[in-house]
Design a protein around this ligand. Structure first.
Ligand SMILES: Cc1cc2nc3c(=O)[nH]c(=O)nc-3n(C[C@H](O)[C@H](O)[C@H](O)COP(=O)(O)OP(=O)(O)OC[C@H]3O[C@@H](n4cnc5c(N)ncnc54)[C@H](O)[C@@H]3O)c2cc1C
Length: 473
């Protein structure tokens, strides 16, 4: 009895109490639903470990990507990938490092970035490497707009390309397929991939079934308020919102970054669309509706995925409206499939360096490494529980960055409360009018006056050059 009371409390309780649960569903799968994962008022999935006994909680902790009882990404990667692979602290282990896109422009425009993620998953099916793919796509009917589901054909999979910046869980889908004798691939953001690795470590049945893990780079996950607030600002109220497309692209766009967010009201044939950065909370850096779990993640390139795809935010690729992927392969099998696509002329692939991969995600590293160190140090100073991370707590940033890290955290938190109030009041202004000054303050810190004047002068100069050349008439 004495040793039982001396035992440390299961940290999944802290993870949930501190709202650091990302809702992946690994705990629900591992415990056969004894730790359920449900959608909360704030529009994202969270585990509910309250009713579970000690043994159940211990099992849940071992598969939770944010609990201290589970191994971190370095440990897991060292178990699953060849020890001969080079390692870099920023991207983890790597075999091939590329930038690339599909050769078929039509398909690229129907994808978020270079289209390689859905192409790769479809290849796994077509080549018979797996029987099914666990992926995320739009729901056919509400109230949620996106969900994890299972595709059995390439056509089915390719019908739902594009990123869902929207909270989902794999709990039900994976519980449903466990033990069905089929082979699966799964796509997920880094913490979901890590969660699935943790599950397969503990569960022999799933280990046998899950043959490929495909990662997508993640800046942070969004609650449903992100889609709802952007749609509402364009006249589609949350109760009328039937469908969204986070990344509408066109050959006429000035760059890959100038995609639009589209929203369909019930029964609408076409969307209302706007560049997200022009809407309150639409700029990624403002962190509106960012899950708090993402404040405590240090994995940018899904370090435990067999292959990972992201956006090639590199100067030489950004200007192309089609979009371009960055890619890291970590297994021979994944590398071979990608290279075969290039040899067959279906994929355009070029080698990039690890430095370029890091450069393509520079903002992401500021958030997940420097910013994480600050958030950990802040919370420790307040006496709050923090998860064990691969980043040392500390203030190794400029004063401006320190203010920015704290401001973003505040903005994210306030976006939830203000939007909830707006929905209760049935008045979008409750959200927009109170978010706007906070966003402005964030931007003043992010881009001080001198920098803003400099970029305004550069923009003016470009406008002048364009008018002399007669462009844009
Ligand atoms: C929340 C989130 C944040 C992201 N942040 C960044 C970032 O900061 N930097 C960056 O470079 N890239 C980021 N990405 C990835 C980026 O948006 C593209 O998904 C990626 O570049 C792949 O593009 P693609 O054209 O190859 O994908 P597509 O060919 O369009 O296929 C997308 C595939 O991803 C799957 N998918 C979509 N949404 C999800 C989801 N929520 N969870 C699991 N699978 C999903 C779909 O099932 C589909 O198979 C993020 C993605 C998400 C979901």
């Amino acid at each position: 009895m004495a040793s039982e009371t001396a035992e440390a409390a299961p940290t999944i309780l802290d993870v949930v109490a501190r709202r650091m649960c990302v809702g992946c569903g690994a705990c629900a799968v591992r415990t056969g639903g004894a730790v359920p994962v449900t959608i909360g008022r704030r529009g994202y999935y969270e585990a509910d470990p309250q009713g579970a006994d000690r043994a159940t909680l211990a099992a849940a902790c071992r598969v939770c990507p944010f609990a201290n009882e589970s191994p971190d990404e370095d440990e897991v990667a060292s178990e699953v990938f060849a020890s001969t692979l080079p390692v870099d602290g920023r991207v983890g282990r790597y075999l091939g490092t590329y930038a690339g896109r599909l050769a078929d422009d039509d398909a690229v425009y129907r994808s978020s970035s270079g289209g390689l993620t859905s192409w790769f998953l479809a290849e796994l099916l077509s080549r018979g490497e797996v029987d099914r793919v666990i992926h995320v796509g739009p729901t056919s009917s509400g109230p949620r707009l996106f969900e994890y589901r299972v595709a059995s054909t390439a056509e089915e999979l390719l019908a739902s390309r594009k990123s869902a910046y929207y909270s989902t869980t794999f709990a039900d889908v994976v519980r449903g397929l466990r033990g069905d004798g089929r082979r699966y691939a799964m796509v997920g953001v880094p913490c979901f991939v890590q969660a699935m690795r943790l599950l397969t470590r503990e569960d022999e049945t799933l280990r046998d079934q899950v043959r490929f893990l495909v990662g997508i780079v993640c800046g942070h996950m969004k609650a449903s308020g992100f889609a709802e607030s952007l749609a509402w600002q364009q006249g589609v109220a949350p109760e009328d919102l039937a469908k969204v497309d986070f990344r509408i692209k066109s050959p006429h766009d000035a760059s890959a970054k100038r995609y639009r967010f589209g929203a369909w009201g019930t029964g609408a044939d076409s969307p209302v669309a706007q560049m997200p950065g022009r809407l309150v909370g639409g700029q990624w850096g403002h962190a509106a509706f960012q899950l708090n779990a993402c404040n405590f993640c240090d994995d940018v390139y899904a370090e435990t995925a067999d292959v990972v795809f992201g956006d090639a935010w590199l100067p030489r690729h950004e200007a192309d409206p089609r979009g371009m992927n960055v890619v890291i392969t970590r297994t021979d099998a994944a590398d071979r499939i990608l290279r075969a696509g290039a040899t067959a002329g279906r994929v355009r692939l070029e080698d990039v360096t690890v430095d370029e991969l890091a450069q393509a995600q520079a903002g992401n590293y500021r958030h997940r490494r420097e910013g994480l160190a600050v958030r950990l140090a802040d919370d420790i100073a307040e006496g709050a529980w923090v998860p064990r991370k691969r980043v040392e707590p500390g203030y190794r940033v400029s004063r401006r960055r320190l203010r920015l890290v704290r401001e973003r955290r505040r903005l994210a938190e306030l976006s939830f409360t203000l939007f909830e109030e707006a929905k209760v009041a049935g008045d979008l202004r409750v959200y927009v009018d109170r978010m706007r000054p906070l966003v402005r303050r964030h931007d003043r810190i992010s881009r001080p006056l001198s920098r803003r004047l400099r970029s305004r002068a550069t923009a003016e100069a470009w406008r002048l050059v364009r008018s002399i050349r007669g462009v844009g008439r």
